[in-house]
Design a protein. Structure first.
Length: 220
């Protein structure tokens, strides 16, 4: 069997996704099903996987639409602005198999609200998010011997990520909290402000600053 036939015969699917409760940081686990051509022994697969959210493939209510305006603009523009959002790029080594195998694809995530995927997922109240997994890489396989075969760039699999699973993952690591990334000089100023006021937490610091801003707005 030719290298081309082996590569084209590889098939990928995704049977589900769950939150990993034991990971050090927020991690989703996608369950992959990989099928090799009949009669071919796959000794190993070195995969690269790009995961993309496809926002145009689901609907949004008025509340969600309002939250998504900073990502996609006003709703009347969505026909041209609902572009795919990159969720992650990860690598995976798949052990040898014949026929069909199932493996876990761990995908580390972030709760950084500067990241488009995080802002998008946080804006949703529920339902599912269409995710496309795009594969490439190298297969070490052969019907009898050993061949190094490229995984074609058109290999892909679709799955729907429940928003509840993403929220479960975030709550495991940031229960009832959000996360902001700030420049170092601004962090220094906030720390100096907190110390000068003897405030006991960052929450107290921000609440005092917001309260002062409201008072100033009221005076105006």
């Amino acid at each position: 069997m030719s290298e081309h036939a082996i590569g084209d015969g590889l098939r990928f699917g995704c049977t589900g996704v769950r939150a990993d409760p034991y990971a050090a940081g927020p991690t989703l686990v996608f369950r992959l099903r990989i099928t090799a051509p009949e009669g071919v022994r796959v000794h190993a697969l070195a995969l690269r996987c790009q995961l993309r959210i496809e926002p145009a493939r689901r609907g949004y209510d008025e509340t969600e639409g309002g939250r998504l305006a900073d990502l996609f603009g006003e709703r009347e523009r969505w026909a041209t602005t609902l572009h795919p959002i990159q969720l992650a790029q990860v690598a995976l080594m798949v052990p040898g198999f014949t026929g069909t195998t199932e493996v876990d694809l761990p995908v580390p995530c972030t709760y950084d609200l500067d990241i488009a995927a995080t802002r998008y997922l946080r804006a949703l109240d529920g339902g599912e998010v269409p995710v496309l997994l795009l594969f490439s890489g190298t297969a070490f396989a052969g019907p009898g011997g050993f061949q190094v075969v490229p995984v074609p760039w058109d290999r892909e699999a679709a799955v729907r990520l429940p928003v509840a699973v993403w929220r479960e993952m975030i709550e495991q690591h940031f229960p009832g909290c959000g996360w902001l990334r700030l420049p170092g000089d601004l962090m220094d100023e906030l720390l100096a402000y907190r110390s000068s006021r003897a405030l006991t937490s960052w929450e107290a610091t921000l609440r005092e600053l917001l309260g002062a801003a409201r008072i100033e707005e009221g005076v105006r």
